[in-house]
Design a protein around this ligand. Structure first.
Ligand code: UD1
Ligand code: UDP
Length: 372
């Protein structure tokens, strides 16, 4: 009998990295996929669903402007309950570490449905950073029955927490699968085409809750100064729709002619812009995984990362959020060609682009063996 596998996701990064899994489930004749979106993000989720032509079976549409973590959690729990009741899935798949992820896991647990965690085992071991994601992923792993660890290191993290070895699979990260859909070497964009050939593009994203306020203002001050001193630089910043981020960004970069604040890009535009950039500055999780595969150095605007594989490989540099450190790191990458080349030619540690195939095979195996 076909196995019913329900995927639940709600934010931009979950949607991007679950899209290859959803596609694989749809293509697989032995599974019946059910796609549920919580709508924790609205516009940024829609961008992804449109690009991948995913039509959810259920949309909880929970987004409200500036809503609290409690609101997200309770709306996901209450919204999923009747769907789980009606659909009675064999397995629920969640992704990563958002509040949708954690609440959907709790909901599946309450309904006695086993959980498969995609991108399991990432850790900083610091509950304050990233907040609340570190708690979300630890809680999700506590409730899960089967783990899709993107790397060997994430597998080791799960073993340290005594999750059973025969339930953990190292699959690679589905973020790398997505690049096969998006990167196009013939890509052109009318705005990008207007940037003179002798200008260097720095792609910037920053949104984390623990960075909102002073840390963001410090980072933006450094970037503004470096940009002001070098008219051959173009900083492109697709600003997250969170009002708290919008406010700091608009204030910090007002009147800076070569810092371009734009709306969030769809994932095709974003990946191809990343591929055209000189380097990337970000506090995003997903961008830290994509950049090594695109041979782009990344200055990580955080003090900790759950993705140390990229730091060890040499592509990612943790620079924190102090203005002086950020300024120095930017100047080094702009002026020291040897250091630039070292970071730009590092190996991608996040997989071979076939993670989704492995994940679906392991799900079927798990459900056939019925080893819950
Ligand atoms: C969430 C995740 C974070 C993830 C990030 C990816 C939690 C607690 N945080 O953070 O782990 O890294 O998504 O982007 O789950 N908004 C819109 N339109 C959108 C999206 C957001 O207007 O399409 C605004 C809304 O006012 C919303 C606010 O942004 O209330 C914050 O969104 P929320 O999902 O709570 O947190 P993020 O900071 O986006
Ligand atoms: N991304 C995008 N458009 C943008 C900025 C980012 O499509 O304007 C993609 C990016 O390629 C990555 C994902 O969104 O796949 C990362 O999402 P985000 O930074 O919001 O969340 P995080 O990964 O930090 O949880």
């Amino acid at each position: 009998m076909k196995k019913k596998i329900m995927t639940v996701f709600g934010t931009r990064p979950e949607a991007i990295k679950m899209a290859p899994v959803v596609k694989q489930l749809i293509a697989d004749e032995q599974t019946t996929p059910i796609t549920v979106v919580t709508g924790q993000h609205r516009e940024m989720l829609k961008q992804v669903l449109d690009i991948f032509q995913i039509k959810p079976d259920y949309d909880l549409s929970i987004m409200e402007k500036n809503q609290s973590l409690e609101q997200i959690t309770s709306k996901v729990l209450l919204g999923l309950a009747p769907i789980l009741q009606r659909e009675q899935p064999d397995l629920v798949l969640v992704h990563g570490d958002t509040t949708t992820t954690m609440a959907a896991s709790l909901s599946a647990f309450y309904h006695h449905v086993p959980i498969g965690h995609v991108e399991a085992g990432l850790r900083t071991w610091n509950l304050a950073s990233p907040f609340p994601e570190e708690a979300n992923r630890q809680l999700t792993d506590d409730l899960s029955s089967i783990y899709f660890a993107p790397t060997e290191l994430s597998r080791e993290n799960l073993l340290k927490e005594h999750h059973s070895a025969d339930r953990i699979y190292v699959t690679g990260n589905t973020a790398i699968d997505v690049l096969k859909y998006t990167i196009n070497h013939e890509y052109h964009h009318q705005v990008l085409d207007q940037i003179p050939a002798d200008h260097r593009i720095i792609l910037l994203t920053m949104h984390r809750r623990e960075n909102q306020g002073v840390p963001m203002a410090n980072v933006f001050r450094a970037i503004r100064e470096v940009a002001q001193a070098d008219p051959h630089l173009d900083i492109i910043y697709p600003v997250h729709l969170s009002p708290k981020v919008q406010e700091v960004a608009r204030q910090a970069f007002a009147g800076a002619p070569n810092v371009h604040l734009i709306d969030p890009l769809d994932v095709i535009d974003f990946h191809n812009l990343a591929a055209r950039s000189y380097f990337i500055m970000t506090d995003s999780g997903g961008v830290q995984e994509e950049a090594p595969a695109l041979n782009k150095p990344v200055l990580v605007l955080r003090n900790t990362t759950e993705r140390p594989e990229g730091v060890d490989a040499g592509t990612l540099k943790l620079v924190g959020t102090q203005s002086a450190d950020v300024r120095q790191a930017m100047l080094t990458l702009l002026n020291d060609d040897q250091e630039y080349q070292r970071m730009a030619t590092a190996r991608n540690p996040y997989g071979d682009g076939h993670a989704a195939e492995r994940i679906v095979e392991h799900c079927k195996e798990f459900l056939t063996k019925d080893i819950m």
